[in-house]
Ligand binder design. Structure first.
Ligand SMILES: Cc1cc2nc3c(=O)[nH]c(=O)nc-3n(C[C@H](O)[C@H](O)[C@H](O)COP(=O)(O)O)c2cc1C
Length: 157
């Protein structure tokens, strides 16, 4: 299992977490030379993590909660692997509510999974549509790109 072998498993409903997964994958491939697979948990809810050293888990947030399939993965045994967590939530992309989002959607959730010691976490912005019209968009792909480069450098050490 090489240190470059990476999987990004994500669950999305409005698309943003999938977009971030693709951005992270591109950065890790192009900038860091990693071998990356991206898995949509709706299509494959129980990916086989055995061949991967680095496991990214991404979820959107609705009604203050992680999506179910992504949340289930947090119960897994990741002994000997590098786990990285990211979420997408409209409040996380607003500087006024970012820290609160980190507390609620990352810190509080991870407290319930003490065995999971992620090497990196991030709460990115989200996009909310009502009847097809964008009502809020706090996404910042550049932030995702910069974070992915940082994490890639850390994982490659
Ligand atoms: C029904 C609904 C509930 C939402 N609840 C929250 C919330 O509790 N906190 C928040 O920050 N954003 C909330 N949002 C915004 C989502 O976080 C945003 O749509 C994000 O892009 C979801 O990730 P996804 O695009 O990967 O599904 C909500 C959006 C919808 C449609």
């Amino acid at each position: 299992m090489s240190k470059e072998k990476t999987i990004i498993a994500y669950e999305t409903k409005s698309g943003v977490t999938g977009e971030s997964a693709d951005i992270i994958a591109s950065v890790l491939r192009d900038k860091c030379g990693f071998d990356v697979d991206v898995v949509n948990l709706k299509k494959k809810p129980k990916p086989d993590f055995s061949q991967y050293r680095n496991i990214f888990i991404g979820s959107g947030i609705r009604m203050g909660r992680w999506y179910g399939k992504a949340k289930k993965l947090l119960k897994g045994d990741f002994e000997g692997k590098n786990v990285v967590i990211f979420v997408s939530a409209c409040s996380a992309g607003d500087p006024k509510t970012h820290d609160e989002a980190v507390n609620k959607y990352l810190d509080d959730v991870l407290t319930k999974h003490p065995n999971l010691k992620p090497v990196a976490t991030a709460a990115f912005g989200g996009r909310m549509k009502v009847l097809g019209k964008v009502q809020a968009d706090t996404c910042d792909p550049d932030k995702v790109r910069a974070w992915a480069a940082e994490v890639g450098a850390k994982l490659g050490e």
